[in-house]
Design a binder for this molecule. Structure first.
Ligand SMILES: *Cc1c(COP(=O)(O)O)cnc(C)c1O
Length: 224
């Protein structure tokens, strides 16, 4: 079933867009089915779950942290995380830098922006990102690499609203690129789009779509 789903979904994803398989709550056996299909990028939103899956599974998997990250948990993922999508404060970025130094790594990060109308979603406002990027503290960080932006659209059936919010994130990316990352080729990632809206996200410029339930089926949180 998972491989059938992947066949259908990968056929809709153009070259240059990465499919991130969001495996949160799903067992390692499901991840291995996707792995055997050829998927190497997996997304998790809980530090402990990601760490135990990392330990159990093949080491060529690229692990993406997509959920809200608490500073006191950064140390557990710093040795292996491929990309942190959810940087929403200078304090968190400083902690990631500190732990990256200890591991002698440079950790790739995305700035998460709040573009949805729901208040519950995490993320920076543009002015907050400007403050972060212009701070002396940020300028002294050598072990984090900001590679782009991430965001979530409102959970709504109104496709035009979703498209507008993704367009807003693309505009934020373009503005940051021009003002702070011009000529920096690593700043190229726009992480947007989930199972229900990834096709719209691709049309609006996404370079990484984060797809969970369309690949692995609905999540059952009652078992947790
Ligand atoms: C769970 C999750 C996804 C995947 O959601 P689906 O609707 O199952 O595709 C994508 N992004 C984030 C940040 C998530 O927490």
């Amino acid at each position: 079933m998972i491989q059938e789903n992947l066949k259908r979904i990968t056929a809709t994803i153009p070259d240059g867009v990465t499919l991130l398989a969001v495996s949160k709550t799903k067992p390692c056996s499901d991840i291995m089915e996707a792995y055997e299909f050829g998927i190497r990028d997996f997304g998790e939103n809980k530090v402990q779950e990601m760490t135990s899956k990392y330990e159990a599974l093949p080491k060529d998997i690229r692990w993406h942290l997509i959920g809200h990250l608490q500073t006191n948990k950064v140390k557990y993922i710093a040795p292996f995380v491929h990309l942190v999508h959810s940087v929403d404060s200078l304090k968190l970025l400083a902690e990631i830098n500190k732990e990256a130094v200890k591991c002698n790594r440079v950790i790739s990060c995305l700035l998460q922006f709040h573009v949805a109308s729901e208040e519950t979603k995490f993320g920076l406002l543009y002015e907050e990102a400007v403050q972060l990027l212009e701070s002396d503290l940020y300028k002294q960080m050598h072990n984090v690499n900001i590679c782009g932006v991430m965001g979530m659209a409102t959970n709504t059936d109104d496709a035009s609203q979703v498209r507008r919010e993704f367009g807003c994130l693309k505009q934020i990316f373009d503005d940051l690129k021009q003002s702070y990352f011009s000529g920096i080729s690593d700043f190229k990632t726009i992480s947007m789009g989930m199972s229900d809206d990834y096709l719209i996200a691709i049309e609006e410029g996404s370079t990484i779509v984060r797809v969970g339930s369309s690949i692995f089926g609905e999540r059952d949180y009652s078992k947790q």
